[in-house]
Design a protein around this ligand. Sequence first.
Ligand SMILES: [Zn+2]
Length: 391
Amino acid sequence: MTSASEGYDLLLKGGTVIDPANGRRSLLDVAVKGGRVAAVARDLPVQDSAEVLDTSGLLVVPGLIDLHTHVYEGVSFLGIEADDLCPRTGVTTVVDTGSAGWINYRGLERYVIERSETRIFGYVNLSGVGLPSRRGELVHHDYLDAGECAECVLRHPETALGVKVRLYAGVAGRMDLREVLKASVEAAKECGKPLMIHISGSDVALEDLLPPLRTGDVVTHCCHGTEAASILDGEGRIRPVVRDARERGILFDVGHGVGSFAFRIARRAVAEGFLPDTISTDIHTLSINYPVYDLPTTLSKFLGLGLSLDEVIERATIEPARIIGIDSHLGHLGVGATADIAVLELEEGRFSFFDVEHEKMDGPQRLVCRTTIKDGKVWWRAGEAGQTAEA
Ligand SMILES: [Zn+2]
């Protein structure tokens, strides 16, 4: 056996590398050493590697990044255990979107982020308590404090990305959503970080919600099916205010969830040439067992909607990496990058997918995770003891 100190720690041999950030899509080997990508080339010699993984017939892509999840288990009713889900789904990095607010964000950092193997970032909720229960996180107006929220973001520079606010009807009692938005923009401006707004279930139109946003802010749940804040107008056209927002550098994220993704809206958006910037799950206790399941399933839905493999991988790797600000070393497979790698299988057959309106869409392809590598180590592989492998 070759000494690992001389050669590679791990060699992924014979797979199809899809690395949109570096414009790569071909049969290539990927070598890993010291937790980083050491080489990406054809026919790298197996004798130079301590371990060789046969990836022939499989896709080798950057570790997936899920921009919208809820992982504050035990504190937020939505919280799931990141380390239970992520390894087996090719996801190495997630963002918790506002489960914690400016009162309890340190708990997310201390009890979840610091103790998880999954790499986790968070948005701080404009509500001090975050999302302990299903609704009304801003009904008690003492919990709405732009200054405290901004300070909290700045107190946690390692993990806090910015500010999150849910703009559904009634989130702040009788307070107008435009006022809630104003406070959240103020908080984001004060800390100099992006704002992520949730738009499903809103009773205010996007003509009022998008103009106050700034370059780099994120609109999540962009393909939701509720009327008032739809990206589509009555004729099924993308609203001019949505196109203007994209022109200004506002980003549109999927955030599937249990109430925020309709095939009929996504289909129209794709037909209009309006693809989401990022594809994320909004995975939580209420969406994990149906209809979301995981990120590969969510990506498969977009394959069924007509996006190319490269387009979906890009939207769950380099695009969210840019939003998080980790794109120098994550979200791609360039030499020197952190060796987070997902080995996926593109299964061919007939698969049924469901949206939040229970519409069934059959698709001929499905992405399934076979192996996940994080920081250069095999984190999970299908078929190991205690894990289920599909035939
Ligand atoms: Zn969410």
